[in-house]
Structure formats: structure tokens, C-alpha cells
Design a protein around this ligand. Structure first.
Ligand code: NAP
Length: 320
């Protein structure tokens, strides 16, 4: 089998490299895996993307790339739509034309955050900013391309939130600021779930590959994929600081010096949803049918335990 991963230098792309390497290292019949980043293929170049797909002929395409600069997207709309909508549409078209499987990633920012409670996969999209609009457009484009196909082609769009891994993210920013400043002010009225890139890569691979890295059948569509529980950016910042202190890192800021503020006190170019909570019941049901208890336990990993372990590992590796 041939697997093609886009976005190799991003947080999720790096997580896929780790997880796929680990999963396939002991296999006799190893899949051929190609990892592609911006230097190999600029996704804004449609011709280059089509040529790459036709040259590599993948049976599984994993699109971990995206235009993720939420605020810059407000002034770079064309580029955001090219990467987040047109490029995945081309990948989806390739998958349909070649009976391939396509995995794509989307965001809580496709919602306006007005809902009380947890968002379901079928809830109305109503993005507040250009980034969210471009990701929502990408979701719609993929579903349109796959609509009515009857071959072996299949797709999953994993909607996730507040991702952290090997790269720049909110947790790393808090750790940097906590060494420089004695007080921080962090938003406490936006609710969501921090999600580990490695967890997301593993859960995705569990859905689509069996133990021998052969493709499984699954129901095409959108799946919400986030850790269990919920918090605010302020809650995440406090836990991050506490976990670093517990791991022996000297910070200038203590959790009680991290002050909660309202979104209106910290205006940014792009509006964010106030409620980013997404139900993962659909994904849970997809795994429940297989009867693998360890997979279900892994799916229910609490966000705070995972963040603690991430921060502890950063400390161990001398990265704080
Ligand atoms: N990060 C979050 O908090 C978050 C939240 C919800 C959903 N998501 C979704 O989760 C997925 C993974 O996010 P992530 O955090 O791993 O993102 P990331 O770290 O920003 O990585 C995105 C990757 O896409 C690549 N890319 C961007 N424009 C490109 C272009 N024109 N040509 C080729 N490659 C290009 C980037 O390349 P360079 O390295 O060269 O820039 C980068 O390696 C995305 O679909 C994102 O929308 C993320």
C-alpha cells in the first residue's frame, strides 16, 4: 500500500511520522509512505499538486497540512481558501477517481459558538472568520466530490480543536511567557478542548488501518475528534504552568498570578467561537462496534492528563 502524508513539517504531520513509523516498523509487508511538505509541493499550485498525486499514486492520502494563521487569514483570504478548500478538493477528486481513502482535518472554528452544549457533526456551520470559512468550504467541497460515489473510495474529516504537538501552539507560548513575566492575563470565557496531535494521529490511524496497516472500511463523513472534558484558555494556561512547576521548571509566574479576562478585553483580528465543545459520540460509536476496549479507553483520554504528560515531556527534553 502507498500512503501519502501532506503537511510533514506541521504539528499533526510530525505526529503522523512518529505514529506511522512506530506502527509499521515491525511489519513484514511495510507500506510505502511518502511525507510531503511545502518544499516538495506548494499546495497553492494546483498543477503541482495534481502532478504529485498522479506520480505517487497513493491509496491513502492524509492531509495534515492547512493554512492555520487564524488572524492573518483575515487579510489573506485567497491563500487561505486555496490551501484549506481548493487543495483538499483536488485531493478528494484524486481519491474518488482512483478508489483511494482520504483523511482530512477541520476545526471547531466552522461553528459560531452560539450553541448551548456540545456541537454535533451535523450542526449548522456558521464560521465567524475567514479561516473558519475556508475550512468550512473545504469540508463542503470534499463532501460534494464524494457525493454519490459507489467505488471503494472513502473519506473522513476529523474536526478537532486547540491542537498541540511538536511546533508552535498555545501551551508553548504560555510556557515562554511564564518564564519572562510575573503576571499573565488569559481569556476565560471561551470553552473548548485541548487535543494532542499524537493522540489525533493515533485515533485517525485506528479508524482506517488494521494491525497490519491494511485499509479498513468505515463510514465516510465528518467525525469530531477531541480529548475528553473541557476547559477555557485560562484553565489550560493554569494547568500548563502547574505541570511545568511540578516537573521542576523555574517559572516567574505561578498559576494564581494568571488572571482570567474576558474575550472583549483581548481583541484580535478574527472572532473566535465562545463555545468550541464538540461531541465525540459518533467516533465512539464507530469504534464501539469493534469491541476493542483499549481503543475506547484511548479515545476517552482526559485533556488534562494529556497536557500534563506533554508538558512533563517538554521539561524532560529541556524544551521549556
Ligand atoms: N492548531 C490548532 O489549534 C488546530 C485547531 C483545530 C483544527 N486544526 C486543524 O488541524 C490540522 C493540523 O493543524 P496543525 O496544528 O498541525 O497545523 P500546523 O502546525 O500549522 O501545520 C500546517 C502545515 O501545513 C503546511 N502548509 C501551509 N501552507 C502550505 C502550502 N501552501 N503548501 C504546502 N504546505 C503548506 C505548513 O507548512 P510550513 O511548515 O512550511 O508552514 C505546515 O507544515 C489542520 O487541518 C488545522 O486546520 C488545528
Amino acid at each position: 500500500m502507498k500512503i501519502l502524508v501532506f503537511g510533514k513539517d506541521g504539528q499533526l504531520g510530525k505526529a503522523f511520522q512518529e505514529e506511522l513509523d512506530e506502527r509499521t516498523s515491525a511489519l513484514l509487508a511495510k507500506p510505502i509512505i511518502q511525507y510531503v511538505g511545502r518544499p516538495e509541493c506548494d499546495l497553492a499550485n494546483e498543477e503541482a499538486l495534481n502532478q504529485l498525486l498522479n506520480r505517487l499514486q497513493p491509496q491513502l492520502i492524509i492531509n495534515a497540512s492547512a493554512y492555520t494563521a487564524v488572524d492573518r487569514a483575515e487579510t489573506e483570504s485567497d491563500l487561505a481558501f486555496a490551501i484549506n478548500s481548493r487543495a483538499p478538493e483536488i485531493m478528494a477528486q484524486y481519491a474518488v477517481d482512483h478508489d483511494a481513502t482520504f483523511l482530512h482535518y477541520s476545526t471547531d472554528y466552522v461553528f459560531d459558538g452560539e450553541k448551548y452544549g456540545f456541537y454535533l457533526e451535523g450542526d449548522l456551520r456558521n464560521p465567524l472568520g475567514v479561516y473558519g470559512k475556508s475550512k468550512a468550504d473545504g469540508e463542503e467541497a470534499i463532501a460534494r466530490v464524494f457525493a454519490g460515489t459507489r467505488g471503494n473510495d472513502q473519506y473522513a474529516i476529523f474536526r478537532t480543536s486547540w491542537v498541540y504537538g511538536d511546533g508552535g501552539n498555545f501551551i508553548r507560548t504560555i510556557l515562554r511567557l511564564a518564564k519572562e513575566r510575573e503576571e499573565l492575563k488569559i481569556i476565560n470565557d471561551q470553552f473548548g478542548v485541548p487535543t494532542s496531535a499524537n493522540w489525533l494521529a493515533q485515533v485517525s490511524l485506528n479508524l482506517v488501518l488494521d494491525e497490519d496497516a491494511r485499509l479498513r472500511k468505515f463510514a465516510s463523513g465528518i467525525y469530531h475528534a477531541v480529548s475528553a472534558g473541557e476547559t477555557t484558555w485560562h484553565g489550560l494556561a493554569c494547568l500548563t504552568a502547574q505541570a511545568a512547576i511540578d516537573a521542576g521548571v523555574a517559572l516567574k509566574v505561578t498559576p494564581d498570578a494568571i488572571k482570567p479576562i474576558l474575550t472583549i478585553e483581548y481583541p484580535l483580528p478574527a472572532l473566535r467561537p465562545m463555545n468550541s465543545r464538540m461531541s465525540t459520540d459518533k467516533l465512539y460509536q464507530a469504534f464501539a462496534g469493534r469491541g476493542d476496549v483499549s481503543e475506547l479507553q484511548y479515545l476517552n483520554q482526559p485533556w488534562d492528563k494529556a497536557v500534563r504528560s506533554y508538558v512533563t515531556n517538554l521539561a524532560k527534553d529541556g524544551l521549556i
